[in-house]
Design a protein around this ligand. Structure first.
Ligand code: MIC
Ligand code: SF4
Length: 639
């Protein structure tokens, strides 16, 4: 069989299972990345499992999400992360050194290797021919200890690119076009492998944008070959010797194919609420915006910063607009300073922030209530910007720059000639923000770090009320919101649990506490978005023992299993319609059905009717779930 690049990388890292669609595979992990928000729990879990030294050859811990130290709780976490990284063998990336995915791509990406990350946008490094996958914290903790990463073999889809992008059209428009066509569910259970005659025209930075934001399609990951473009990217960073080719066989076999003519795409905008509410710019043009931003792991590249500067040079940000840029890495920011871009941006009235996730995760620059924000970012789930009822539009950095000048969403093609984006011959080798581990020191745990909880073994019978009935596309931002006030509690489960569903239903926590046990009911693609474990462990802490939905997003489903919460899907979606909040559901043989691998019967005590649900588990998942999650499983001596 002629092999896709995906299959080659899976086969060269395979330690368990067969790469057959729908079957579980276990892969060795060459590199691991952790972040401040989602990295504290995995390090605590790594310790709780009794490991003393990381096994993968390259582990990097980044402080990038939450770097505004408004009080010491957050600094406590960072101190813990820095001392744990030093002791257990992880490189430490200091606050301000940049967003994990951008820095990782620049500094550590190696074509042909595997990368597992605690963050859902880890696939960005797929732009360098890496198999880069985002996972929940417990899966990452196991990988840190040398365990394989297990997941269900996805369908491998070839995305066949033809043509070339037209002026003012960007890689962001490519991924928005895919979201427009396929929706946020469209990539579930799939890997997109990019190929075709249009590929050589896409720079590494453009491939990064596309691979990164494939997360919004709920893809397992996205993969580009490693070719001359990759070589020149690494060479410019002084890493040409780490380049190696990686490509599919000619005429490789794929499960499916999508065709995309780059030349047929125009500038696009995603309307507030979901990254797939995509419309041509013409339909949004003229909408007033008070805040415009460019950055995040999707649009923080040199290419983005320099095209924005090209638009702003000699012009002025509109008087009613606050325009903020977040360069993706310290290296980019330093190069911007050396090459004169900073001076031009400041002269135009832009705010240049430190190199962090910043307001992408709702930290800083929270928009005023009732105003509109236009962002060259990747997510606009309700409330994510830090204020209930927010209206966040997503776009390319060029649309953002053009709109910052006018104060309304603006088609950049009205500006005439597009900016001439030049790549500097070399990037400054700024590594001042990286600290190598020396195995020394003591791990310091401040008062904000609380012990990691344990899940409970699945009970024989579950009888509990439906504490929430939700619709389709519930994101982990809905379940456990972003924002500075919440993110400080990522290492403090009892405290973060208090914020569960706070924008969706402020009474949820009180109801859960009063009932002791509960069930959540939802629609399609439940748990999309961030990989945050808090969205599983928070509800678990509040007594949620099962979630019944029409379909799950991959990482969240794995997180539920890893914390002992039973993820069930309706066999007949019509059963969903008959359920109301506060209905008492009775699952008489829950455990026995999970053990036997049969359907799980549910009786609605209010209506007296019964329906069935399914929980398709691999043997590994079954053992973990029944034990009450990975930690409970490990403590039971079955690691
Ligand atoms: C996000 O973009 O939602 C985040 C914040 O980066 C998360 C990680 C987190 O919740 O800490 C992600 O994408 O996984
Ligand atoms: Fe950070 Fe935003 Fe990227 Fe998440 S999506 S890693 S918050 S920049």
């Amino acid at each position: 069989m002629r092999r896709s690049l995906t299959r080659k990388l899976i086969e060269s890292h395979l330690v368990a299972g067969k790469p057959v669609l729908g079957e579980e595979v276990g892969l060795t992990v060459d590199q691991v990345l952790l972040t401040d928000t989602n990295g504290t729990l995995p390090w605590l879990q790594f310790e709780a499992m009794g490991f003393t030294r990381v096994v993968p050859p390259r582990v990097v811990t980044y402080i990038d999400h939450n770097v505004y130290q408004v009080d010491s709780r957050n600094s406590d976490d960072h101190r813990y992360l820095q001392t744990a990284a030093r002791k257990y063998g992880s490189v430490f990336s200091k606050p301000g050194n940049g967003i994990c995915h951008q820095v990782h791509m620049e500094t550590f990406s190696i074509p042909g290797q595997t990368l597992l990350g605690t963050d859902s946008h880890t696939p960005l490094c797929g732009a360098a021919g890496m198999l880069a996958i985002g996972a929940g914290g417990l899966d990452v903790a196991v990988a840190l200890g040398g365990g394989p990463y297990s997941f269900t073999m996805p369908a491998v889809v070839r995305v066949w690119l033809t043509g070339q992008l037209r002026p003012w059209v960007t890689a962001k428009d490519v991924i928005l076009e895919l979201l427009r066509r396929l929706s946020v569910r469209g990539g579930s259970g799939k890997i997109f492998e990019y190929a075709g005659p249009g590929l050589p025209s896409l720079l590494a930075a453009q491939r990064m944008t596309i691979a990164n934001m494939g997360a919004e399609l709920t893809l397992t990951t996205s993969l580009f070959p490693s070719d001359d473009v990759t070589h020149s990217f690494l060479t410019r960073l002084g890493r040409g010797d780490e380049w190696r080719p990686a490509a599919p066989d000619e005429d490789a076999e794929y499960d499916d194919q999508i065709e995309l003519d780059l030349g047929a795409i125009g500038p696009l905008v995603a309307l507030p609420g979901s990254p797939d509410r995509v419309v041509p710019i013409e339909e949004a043009a003229g909408t007033p915006v008070e805040q415009v931003m460019v950055g995040s792991c999707t649009n923080g590249s040199w290419h983005d910063m320099s095209s924005v500067t090209g638009v702003l040079r000699g012009r002025r940000v509109h008087s009613s607009v606050s325009f903020v840029l977040f360069p993706g890495s310290h290296r980019i920011l330093e190069t911007m300073a050396r090459e004169g871009l900073l001076a031009d941006l400041l002269a135009a009235g832009a705010i240049v922030s430190e190199s962090t996730c910043g307001s992408c995760a709702g930290i800083g620059h929270v928009p005023a209530a009732g105003t509109r924000s236009l962002r060259a970012f990747n997510r606009n789930f309700p409330g994510r910007s830090g204020v209930k009822g927010d209206e966040v539009y997503l776009c390319s950095s060029l649309v953002a720059a053009a709109s910052a000048l006018t104060g309304v969403i603006t088609d950049p093609r009205t500006l005439g000639a597009p900016p001439d984006v030049k790549l500097p011959p070399r990037f400054v080798p700024s590594e001042a923000g990286l600290v190598a581990p020396d195995g020394g020191g003591d791990v310091v745990r401040g008062p904000n770090i609380k012990p990691v909880p344990l899940g409970e073994p699945v009970a024989n019978t579950l009888d509990a009320p439906v504490l929430l009935k939700l619709g389709d596309k519930v994101s982990t931002d809905d379940i456990s919101p972003a924002g500075a006030a919440v993110l400080v509690f990522r290492s403090n489960v009892p405290a973060i649990a208090e914020h569960c569903f706070k924008y969706v239903d402020p009474e949820f926590v009180a109801r859960a506490k009063a009932s002791g046990r509960g069930i959540i009911v939802g629609g399609e693609i439940y748990g999309q978005g961030s990989s945050r474990e808090a969205a599983a462990v928070g509800p678990m802490h509040l007594g949620i023992r099962a979630v019944i939905v029409k379909s799950f997003a991959r990482i969240h489903r794995a997180n539920l299993i890893n914390w002992g919460v039973v993820p069930l899907t309706f066999d007949d979606p019509a059963a969903y319609d008959a359920i109301e909040r506060d209905d008492r559901l009775h699952l008489p043989d829950l455990r026995a059905a999970l053990v036997a691998g049969t359907r799980v019967e549910v009786v609605n005590r209010r209506t007296g009717t019964a329906f069935t649900t399914s929980c398709l588990l691999t043997p590994r998942e079954r053992e973990i779930l029944l034990a009450g999650g990975i930690l409970a499983h490990t403590k039971g001596g079955r690691a």
